[in-house]
Design a protein around this ligand. Structure first.
Ligand code: PLP
Length: 370
């Protein structure tokens, strides 16, 4: 699905020397690269504060802890997302409330969110799924009306730009009260291990987030709040410093792959290629098709026989996961989410494609679906 090896080989000299520098410095935790990276990322995203942490799941958890959400508080999230988004809600004894998504963008549907708001609702977690932005303008409006927090799950869309109706643009992750992201190796900005970050423009919230990620302390050994231990290490930060400079180029390479797939598949009416809403650009963390229910599983099987990987993200939506039965709300009737779950299939997409590889994949997809 991805080719992190070739990408590494293309930047090997720079990466190897950055890693060696950290090894020589012996500042493996909280070293200079960690601070440099947090600063560079704030500038890139366009937010005041970046707090780095251990992974994207921790980022979401720390965000919910720092906002002071209490057991029983309701958090509205899409069901159609990776488990990390909803799992941390349950872990903190909050109540996940599953919203429906837009069948075109795969992202949370504001109308569905409105219907789910109760006096217990405290936060909304929109997910910029597959690299397409959630409808943030409407989500922020709803949040304002009901005095709710918005935590963006930007794990799949780092570098993506959101355009507001007045024409202003912001990077996803900088729009909500808090933005969260992941540097898992296959993400658009991937480390060579785990990593995550939290974004905010609120300075006092930034302080609480920082403390929460660091055992609840501001001053060493003086613990004021309940925290956890979640860190981005210096080696990963040094790697990410190099890769952040290439992120726009990498996202453009993904967009070129998507354009090539789109062109190839435009001839076939059995294939619905990714939609891009006017407010979003798309950074294609995934390139996800919708194909007929009956043919989808056959396609996955056929491609695997041709040595072409493909994946279903995700085979079981949140509201149908065993873990959430009885825990979430009564809302289990998510027809669009179920419809999408039966039809989505993601093709390989990364920054290092050769034209022939891409043509081979497109040709085989068309072979099966024609
Ligand atoms: C990857 C991912 C996460 C979690 O990131 P980790 O670094 O793996 O913990 C959270 N949400 C979404 C949507 C993701 O894709």
């Amino acid at each position: 699905m991805v080719d992190t090896k070739t990408q590494y080989l293309n930047i090997k000299t720079e990466i190897d020397s950055a890693i060696q520098e950290v090894l020589d410095s012996a500042a493996y935790i909280n070293g200079k690269p960690v601070h440099q990276f947090a600063e560079a990322l704030s500038a890139y995203i366009g937010c005041k504060h970046t707090i780095t942490c251990g992974n994207g799941t921790d980022a979401l958890q720390i965000a919910m802890m720092a906002l002071g959400l209490q057991p029983g508080d309701e958090v509205i999230t899409p069901s159609f997302t990776y488990i990390a988004t909803t799992e941390v809600v349950a872990l903190l004894r909050l109540k996940p409330v599953f919203a429906e998504v837009d069948p075109k963008t795969f992202c949370i549907d504001p109308e569905s969110v409105r219907k789910l708001i109760t006096p217990k609702t405290k936060a909304i977690v929109p997910v910029h799924l597959y690299g397409h932005a959630a409808p943030m303008e409407e989500i922020m409006q709803i949040a304002k009306e009901h005095n709710l927090f918005v935590i963006e799950d930007n794990a799949q869309a780092i570098g993506s730009t959101y355009t507001f109706s007045d024409g202003t643009q912001k990077k996803t992750g900088s729009i909500g009260h808090i933005g969260c992201t992941s540097f898992y190796p296959s993400k658009n900005l991937g480390a060579y291990g785990d990593g995550g970050a939290i974004f905010t423009n609120d300075s006092s919230l930034a302080e609480t987030l920082k403390m929460t990620a660091n055992h609840g302390q501001n001053k060493r050994y003086y613990h004021d709040i309940v925290g956890c231990n979640s860190r981005l290490d210096s080696i990963q930060a040094a790697i990410l410093n190099i890769k952040l400079k290439k992120l726009d180029e990498y996202n453009a390479a993904r967009q070129a792959v998507a354009a090539s797939y789109n062109k190839a598949f435009s001839v076939n009416e059995n294939i619905i290629t990714p939609f891009v809403a006017p407010f979003s650009n798309h950074v294609y963390h995934q390139y996800t098709l919708k194909v007929d229910n009956e043919k989808r599983d056959g396609l996955v099987q056929y491609l695997s026989e041709k040595n072409i990987p493909s994946m279903i993200y995700y085979p079981v939506p949140g509201h149908r996961q065993k873990v959430f039965q009885g825990m979430s709300s009564d809302v289990t009737n998510l027809e669009i989410t179920d419809w999408l779950t039966d039809r989505v299939v993601s093709l390989p997409i990364h920054t290092e494609f050769e034209t022939e590889q891409l043509e081979y994949i497109s040709k085989e997809v068309l072979n099966f679906l024609d």
